[in-house]
Design a protein around this ligand. Structure first.
Ligand code: AVJ
Length: 404
């Protein structure tokens, strides 16, 4: 576990707007009031006063301190095979490169999921919020550039939107831009690592209202199944009893298609991995020579995953984080895994973390799924009109298909 940096590192924190719900006590945002504090009052959609002033998104920075980074890298380099946490890929340049990956023809995940979210937003919002009162707060995990949540915000009109992400460079400007586009929904951005989730500082937006989770992009695939299970349990604890979670999951498909998606012809996936070496050189006094590595992404059927690695071209010694490390010729440094789940396998994993699948939506080709989960042991997880495990197909209502 990361030792958490102090919780009070506000970047910009508008004053808490007047809250219509009881039971708020004197909970305060962990930030301090910014001079340009927003004067608008917010209520649940429909019964709040009109917004009269432009909003400023609030930002909290809980990003791991450099000492934590160093320890993570030391741990990762000492593993066999060497493997670094995938979120290290997302510095400012890495976030930019990941956006570019989403535009590569071979990589359909971002495009298809975004389209599915846009086309199904009203239905998704209805299912997410059914029977939930008062107006919920929508919490997005790994929100990135916030490019996916727009249609859901419009359809759901939550009491607030909280975006968690590891990259503050990206989160800050994107939160402000989103706040401008959605002036009636208070936006809070929290820069943190998932290890922080169990010790979130109290914040009024995360108290006193039902929380709905949103985790698109199949980012769960970066974790191995035990870690993924632990993360889903952590989400359950953060969101609280009765909450729901809408999660995007990429599915297994033909090996050639999968490998092409992570080896795009333009070389953006490779550049994304190589950027990690530049980050290590810059932030942890590394001396990696990118030319001494090649990028490789291949399908590992037993783990149902793509393994992405930088492979040492020859025997070499590299310094990073104050130590020297030998690489044998051909030795990999794993930059990330991308685990793919069949709908059935994902349901099992989710159930082990206490989540019941209410519905699944998929794209026309059934390449990826959006699963709506509810906490298994809560009353609120059983909206009367929904049949458990209903599969909602996007384009054609063929039965659930077994993917290779
Ligand atoms: C953000 C983890 C979903 O695994 O498809 C894409 C990351 N890395 N290409 C994925 C990624 C290289 C992506 N996730």
């Amino acid at each position: 576990m990361l030792s958490r940096p102090p919780a009070d590192r506000p970047v910009a924190a508008p004053e808490r707007p007047p809250e219509p719900t009881p039971n708020q006590g004197d909970l305060r945002g962990s930030g301090t009031a910014a001079p340009e504090a927003n004067a608008a009052a917010h209520g649940p959609p429909g019964d709040g006063p009109a917004v009269t002033a432009p909003q400023t998104a609030e930002l909290l920075d809980l990003h791991p301190a450099p000492a934590d980074l160093e320890r993570l890298v030391l741990d990762g380099m000492a593993r066999q095979p060497r493997q670094l946490p995938a979120w290290l890929l997302y510095d400012a340049e890495g976030s930019r490169l990941f956006e570019a990956i989403g535009q590569q023809p071979e990589y359909g995940l971002t495009r298809h999921e975004t389209a599915l979210l846009r086309e199904r937003a009203p239905e998704l919002a209805r299912s997410l919020a059914e029977g939930i009162t008062p107006a919920p707060v929508l919490v997005e995990f790994g929100a990135g550039n916030l490019s996916k949540v727009g249609p859901l915000l419009e359809a759901l009109q939550p009491a607030a939107y909280v975006a968690l992400d590891i990259s503050l460079d990206q989160l800050g400007p994107c939160c402000h831009a989103l706040q401008e586009r959605h002036p009636t929904v208070p936006v809070l951005g929290i820069c943190c690592d998932y290890a922080d989730l169990d010790q979130m500082p109290p914040h009024f937006l995360l108290e006193g209202r039902p929380l709905l989770g949103f985790y698109p992009g199949s980012s769960l695939g970066n974790f191995d199944p035990p870690q993924a299970r632990a993360l889903l349990s952590r989400f359950a604890r953060l969101l609280g009893p009765g909450s729901r979670l809408l999660i995007g999951i990429d599915q297994p498909k033909a090996q050639e298609r999968l490998e092409a998606a992570y080896n795009d012809a333009a070389g953006v996936s490779a550049a994304f991995a190589f950027n990690l070496l530049r980050r290590l050189n810059r932030e942890l006094a590394g001396d990696f020579d990118p030319a001494a590595f090649t990028y490789r992404a291949h399908w590992e059927a037993p783990g149902s995953r793509i393994a992405m690695a930088l492979v040492s071209r020859h025997a070499q010694i590299v310094s990073v984080a104050g130590r020297r490390w030998t690489f044998a010729a051909g030795e990999p440094l794993i930059t990330e895994y991308s685990v793919k789940y069949t709908p059935e396998a994902f349901q099992v994993l989710a159930a082990e973390a206490g989540w019941r699948t209410i519905r699944r939506w998929c794209d026309g080709a059934d390449d990826l799924s959006l699963h709506l989960l509810a906490q298994a042991n809560s009353e609120a997880s059983r909206p009367g009109s929904e049949t458990p495990n209903t599969i909602q197909h996007h384009a054609d209502p063929t039965p659930l298909r077994n993917t290779p």
